[in-house]
Design a protein around this ligand. Structure first.
Ligand SMILES: N[C@@H](CCC(=O)N[C@@H](CS)C(=O)NCC(=O)O)C(=O)O
Length: 221
């Protein structure tokens, strides 16, 4: 049995989107944000206090990109993965990690020093610099998107889900107005996908059923 611990629209949205795209059965446990402070019991599951945490039986994973790769290959090859030996295998892994390591990392600085820290600890210069860093790194997507609708070709893979979450977060940070036309069109395409829409609906329904705030984590106080 797969259990995903999730906060509204946090990085755990990546595995949620993947689970919906694969049609795998799962239990969704909603947590208030940040769980480290607001759901202390969760530290028994994940001592880091971060989401995602995914349990597959007793096996625990806590890195969103790795979880997506695991799910997409868990039962053999799936439409969301690219197999070793295929020409797009290297780019596939590169985009999968680019989504978290290169794109989401600078946004966490923007969030932390522009929003989450108390006023006296905010760092406007860091916020501004890392906004620019993020937008500049998006340029890396242009050649792939000029060639294909998705990063690795004609179909959605977990590489798109990894990068797609960074675009979702950018939307919450008010940065999507500065996307290039190609990135903007790609983001629209991702949002129109059925699995993305099902994942949005699943988190809302689970939050309501479990009495957890529906405020997206990036906008929480
Ligand atoms: N590299 C990890 C980062 C996990 C992470 O930092 N998650 C955030 C939510 S987006 C979190 O739980 N923050 C709460 C905290 O740091 O206390 C991943 O990709 O899953």
């Amino acid at each position: 049995m797969i259990t995903l611990y999730h906060c509204m629209s946090a990085r755990s949205f990546r595995p949620l989107w993947t689970l919906e795209a694969l049609g795998l059965p799962y239990a969704l446990k909603m947590l208030p944000f940040p769980p480290r402070a607001r759901a202390r019991d969760f530290l028994v599951i994940n001592p880091l206090g971060t989401v995602p945490a995914l349990l597959d039986g007793e096996m625990l994973m806590t890195e969103s990109a790795a979880i997506c790769q695991y799910l997409a290959t868990r039962d053999g090859a799936s439409s969301l993965s690219i197999a070793p030996g295929e020409p797009q295998y290297g780019p596939f892994l590169n985009w999968l990690h680019f989504g978290e390591a290169t794109l989401t990392f600078p946004q966490t600085i923007v969030l932390r020093y522009g929003r989450f820290e108390p006023a006296e600890r905010r760092l406007p210069q860091a916020e501004t610099d890392y906004r620019k860093w993020f937008l500049a790194r998006l340029r890396g997507l242009e050649p792939a998107l000029a060639a294909n609708p998705y990063l690795c070709g004609a179909q959605l893979t977990v590489a798109d889900i990894s990068v797609g979450y960074a675009l979702m977060l950018a939307d919450y940070l008010g940065l999507s107005g500065q996307f290039s036309p190609a990135v903007s069109a790609y983001w629209q395409r991702l949002q129109a996908g059925e699995a993305y829409q099902r994942a949005l609906a699943a988190q809302t329904q689970a939050a309501q059923a479990q009495g957890v705030s529906e405020t997206p984590a990036p906008l929480s106080d």
